[in-house]
Design a binder for this molecule. Structure first.
Ligand code: GLU
Length: 448
């Protein structure tokens, strides 16, 4: 059997059937390119059309979200939920509210989520959703009305055993609260496990807010340890300044490293003394302001609108902003400046060309499916607590998160060794390890 020809044919069909969805094509290609060694060992997966079925979402929902702004004007946005794969459990994945959201973006994110969720070992399928709604500059009342309208359509597709959304860009504890309230009101059920990322105090898990950022740092720590290195005294750059970035900064500092830069959509901030976490949280989480406000409050820091954080010398880079933010030139600059490890806190922040530069230079590279799995893994822990009507302490939850990240790291390396030639090939390891779990379940469940 010619496995490569099969993979190429599946990819050609993905492109034909999903025209114009560049990010989805990119995410599909990245996984498919890794799978030849797995299919050589499992020809039955070719015969039963596992790849063809994996690349076609089980269900794609698109709906109108009408709402009224503070001036009384009617607004219309588009809502999405792509229920991609339920072989391992209920669809699970975040909601993204951002003007760039379209079907192709949601599909790329949902596709990634299948393998990421499989890697966590938590029994969760893959899905993703969101809207092209732009929360920037919107009042609290507008956010609430939007969330209520969004859930008024989406609720019929959800359920703690069916589909469990959470947050992503533009969706945090406040939005999850409004979404949960409307779900509860419509269904007349206090179904705690239908959404994760709830505030602690009414069903949320300790450490969920911190989990993605902490998890990415744990993953980078594991990668560094394979070379006898750690974060102590290391110079680190982080992109983004949202939830993932903030808690990545916090954990790097706790491990003795120094984060000297982070960014937002308007530019980047350099603070050679190390980012002041209290000030960063104040600016981003309390004032919901731009990052430039940090530099105004701290004269030793500078805010720049030219270049990127990747122009700075660093030992470790943690891209935590958004897809395709780190291109070939950024990767070349990082390598030239001596970067040792890169771990993706965001979903697909590095372009394929950038990943190739890291590979050629022997830089440790942790792909998002593995490195940012801590967020959804802790959502899995939140679902467990909800199902048991239990609450674990911060320490207990964080130690379980750390264990999941260690396990994901170990599994990636073991799979990369077994199916490839290099244990450092975390891309191959993550894709094949995630794929094998999903494929085994799909095979056992028949052609559905
Ligand atoms: N949006 C996050 C991710 O990309 C978390 C999803 C979740 O907790 O369900 O993995």
């Amino acid at each position: 059997m010619n496995v490569s020809a099969h993979i190429e044919a599946v990819y050609a069909e993905v492109q034909r059937r999903n025209p114009g969805e560049a990010e989805f094509h990119q995410a599909a290609a990245e996984v498919l390119e890794s799978l030849a060694p797995a299919l050589e060992q499992h020809p039955e997966y070719v015969e039963s059309g596992i790849l063809e079925r994996l690349c076609e979402p089980e269900r794609q929902l698109m709906f109108r979200v009408p709402w009224v702004d503070d001036q009384g004007a009617v607004r219309v946005n588009r809502g999405f939920r792509v229920e991609f794969n339920s072989a391992l459990g209920p669809y699970k994945g975040g909601l993204r509210f951002h003007p760039s959201v379209n079907l192709g973006i949601v599909k790329f994110l949902g596709f990634e989520q299948i393998f990421k969720n499989a890697l966590t070992g938590m029994g969760i399928g893959g899905g993703k959703g969101g809207s092209d709604f732009d929360p920037k500059g919107r009042s609290d009342a507008e956010i609430m009305r939007f969330c209520q309208s969004f859930m008024t359509e989406l609720y019929r597709h959800l359920g703690e055993h069916t589909d469990v959304p959470a947050g992503d860009i533009g969706v945090g504890g406040r939005e999850i609260g409004y979404l949960f309230g409307q779900y509860k009101r419509i269904t007349n059920r206090y179904e705690s496990g239908v959404l994760t990322g709830k505030p602690v105090g009414w069903g949320g898990s300790h450490a969920r807010t911190e989990a993605t950022g902490y998890g990415a740092v744990y993953f980078a720590q594991e990668m560094l340890a394979t070379r006898g290195e750690d974060f102590d005294g290391r110079r680190v750059v982080v992109s983004g300044s949202g939830n993932v970035a903030v808690y990545a900064v916090e954990k790097v500092h706790a491990l003795g490293g120094r984060v000297v830069a982070c960014s937002d959509s308007t530019g980047y901030l350099v603070d050679e003394d190390g980012i002041d976490l209290e000030l960063l949280k104040e600016v981003k989480e309390v004032r919901r302001a731009r990052l430039s406000a940090y530099a105004e409050a701290r004269p030793t820091a500078r805010f720049s609108t030219r270049g990127t954080v990747y122009d700075l010398a660093c030992d470790v880079a943690l891209p935590c902003a958004t897809q395709n933010e780190l291109g070939r030139e950024d990767a070349v600059a990082l390598v030239k400046n001596g970067v040792r490890a890169v771990a993706e806190g965001a979903n697909m922040p590095c372009t394929p060309e950038a990943v190739e530069v890291f590979r050629e230079a022997g830089v440790l590279f942790g792909p998002g499916k593995a490195a940012n799995a801590g967020g959804v893994a802790t959502s899995g822990l939140e679902m467990r607590q909800n199902a048991a009507r239990d609450t674990w302490s911060f320490e207990e939850t964080e130690s379980r998160l750390a264990q999941v990240m260690r396990d994901v790291h170990t599994e990636c390396r073991a799979t990369a060794e077994a199916y490839g030639t290099d244990a450092d090939d975390y891309v191959l390891g993550a894709n094949v390890a995630g794929f094998l779990k999903v494929a085994e379940a799909m095979q056992a469940q028949g052609v559905i």
